[in-house]
Ligand binder design. Structure first.
Ligand code: ADP
Length: 339
């Protein structure tokens, strides 16, 4: 067992969920509530001089355990940026699941919507990285893959009062669809980050307020190769035709192309020296949700998300690279825009 998961308190064991309630009480943040529905994984990373060939055993690697999963990454990014965040997901009754819950609760994310699976292990990714930066990744979705529509319905109270609900596609599609529907019924704005990109029904897309693919996801969803602003605009139009009101295509170091009723333009990225772009998209989405929950305009929200994501690429890691509210503000005052 990982230490500190159940805290002895007044002679009775305190669960992580109880602890969240005790620590957070009724404290509110600047913006409305954000609900993230998605995956949480544990990444088991071995760094080696080179990648082993099939059947080969290589000694001498350095090992690290890193919290991951797009849902959890985006929840942490939103929380660090000052959002009031609830997470809905599923983990196994194993040490990885305990640890994932503990890490989220430590960030002061409400984890009361996370269910536990008795028969399926938590999601893990086995990652090998060579000195040249090449990698091999094997993912077992585990309990993430068993998040059902019924469990989302059971957690429906969490959507009540939410300003923004943030979704990705690393959990089963029925769970994504019902979450989008319940979110809309609760009056929340729905951001869907379609990663990994898989075909989506019109019924789902009609409940999505903002779709946020990156370039390759936009290409997979539309068949249009996104290489510059004109092709981004074409891909966004194709997605509007499928029923989405606002499309934001993230363009890596070139920022993000925004297509909505009020604006159709690229918002330039901030000029930084990129060290590690892992989870840049997750930081972008988490911080976009915070800015919209604070009632900022779409343009301001994208500027803010661009700044946070640029800052994250100057740091190593996924969740570890998500910047704080104060760091984003400081960076926005000092930062430079690319052309
Ligand atoms: P993903 O990580 O999903 O592939 P992108 O690569 O499009 O997504 O990056 C998401 C966002 O991160 C971009 O819209 C931009 O704001 C920021 N970003 C990514 N790479 C850089 C970079 N090299 N310099 C500045 N900002 C970056």
């Amino acid at each position: 067992m990982f230490v500190g998961l159940q805290v002895a308190h007044c002679c009775k064991k305190e669960t992580i969920e109880d602890r969240y309630t005790r620590v957070m009480g009724n404290r509110y943040h600047a913006g409305g509530k954000i609900v993230v529905v998605g995956s949480s994984n544990t990444d088991l990373v071995v760094r080696l001089s080179r990648l082993p060939r099939p059947g080969e055993t290589l000694l001498g690697g350095k090992f690290a355990t890193v919290a991951g999963g797009k849902g959890a990454n985006q929840a942490v990014a939103a929380r660090r940026a000052g959002g009031r965040v609830s997470f809905i997901g599923r983990v196994g009754r194993d040490e990885f699941g305990e640890r994932a819950l503990f890490d989220l609760a430590r960030e002061r994310i409400d984890v009361r919507g996370v269910s536990r699976d008795h028969s399926t292990p938590s999601g893990v990714a086995l990652i090998m990285v060579s000195a040249r930066g090449d990698n091999i990744i094997a993912v077992s979705s585990g309990a993430n893959g068993r998040l059902t529509a019924a469990q989302i319905v059971r957690a429906r109270k969490i959507f009540s009062g939410a300003a923004v609900v943030l979704l990705q596609l690393e959990i089963p599609m029925p769970a994504v669809c019902i979450a989008a529907r319940l979110a809309r019924e609760a009056g929340a704005r729905v951001i869907l980050n379609p990663a990994p990109a898989i075909p989506m029904s019109r019924a789902l897309l009609k409940n999505v307020s903002i779709l946020t693919p990156n370039e390759s996801e936009a290409e997979l969803l539309t068949g249009i190769r996104v290489t510059h602003e004109a092709s981004a605009a074409r891909a966004a139009r194709r997605l509007h035709e499928q029923g989405v009101g606002t499309v934001i295509i993230t363009l890596g170091s070139r920022g993000a192309y925004v297509s909505s009723v009020s604006m159709c333009e690229r918002v330039a990225a901030n000029a930084v020296k990129a060290v590690d772009t892992t989870a840049a998209g997750d930081v972008f989405n988490g911080v976009l949700a915070v800015a919209l929950a604070e009632d900022r305009s779409l343009r301001d929200a994208v500027h803010y998300a661009n700044a946070a994501a640029a800052l994250s690429v100057t740091r190593r890691g996924a969740q570890s690279s998500a910047p704080s509210h104060a760091a984003i503000r400081r960076f926005m005052i000092r930062g430079r825009k690319r052309s």
